[in-house]
Design a protein around this ligand. Sequence first.
Ligand code: NDP
Length: 282
Amino acid sequence: MGEIIDGRAIANEIKEEVKAGVEQYKSQGLSPKLDVIIVGDDPASVAYARSKGRVSDKLGIAYELHEMASDTPENDVLALIDKLNKDEQVHGILVELPLPAHMDKEKVMEAVDPNKDVDGVHPINRGYIMSGQEGLFPATPQACVEILLRSGVELQGKHAVLVGRGETVGKPLFFMLLKHNPTMTVCHSRTKDLASHTKQADIVIAAVGRAKMITGDMLKPGAVVVDAGINEAEGGGLCGDVDFDSAKEVAGKITPVPGGVGSLTTALILKNVLKAIKKQKG
Ligand code: NDP
């Protein structure tokens, strides 16, 4: 059986680093602050936003949640973003998704100052990912990279097969991984014979959104498996894109769901708040 990568332990490591960073800024008289905007009452988004608040509290980051009704005019949201962009006490801004249907998501995302965009969704930050420059990068793909690096997985010269090319996870992850010099294959819904690709992989990363679609017989023995998928499991609870039970018998290392990639996202958003401060200071 392969080693099960403990995402929560890696998240705690990152949180400790963030806490130390926050203390250092506070000793210089700067108090890091994150503002989150939520429009509507999508229960998953509300829960996620509040959990970010609790973790911020623990790490010493000031946190303000702006809850707006689902019928708020787009201009009101843009006006709030503009106010937060100009506020020097605010270092990170995050707009929870999904936004109500009457809003232009791209317009709202582009309104956030790229140097405060801790969710890594502004086109300028997306461009930095492609060019390999330092920017504020989205948490989920970053979590996949951190898991590999912090678990001591060698990427250089290895064959990494990424399943999924979505805008949120797969596409940014492709560029973030490539920086570490693996040879990469990207698979998607039109890929023929997915197993023929995953079977050749030293590293398989799943970012699809289909419950348990990658099974143990699709893996090379000893492969490292990182599962970014979050799906509702049959009979309740969550499961990944990888069939954990069969895959763990073949993999060398594997992330569980829950307890894997998703465990790191809040910690990495808060790490981005510190990165954002650095960018704002120039
Ligand atoms: P998208 O829906 O944007 O992309 C899904 C990708 O999977 C697409 O590239 C699609 O191909 C591909 N795909 C669909 N069916 C197949 C198939 N049968 N075989 C191979 N590829 C297929 O997803 P996201 O990038 O938004 O998210 C990916 C996963 O990550 C989801 O499970 C989501 O829940 C999860 N997620 C997890 C987070 C976390 O915190 N852990 C946060 C955000 C997302 P095509 O491009 O051809 O359509």
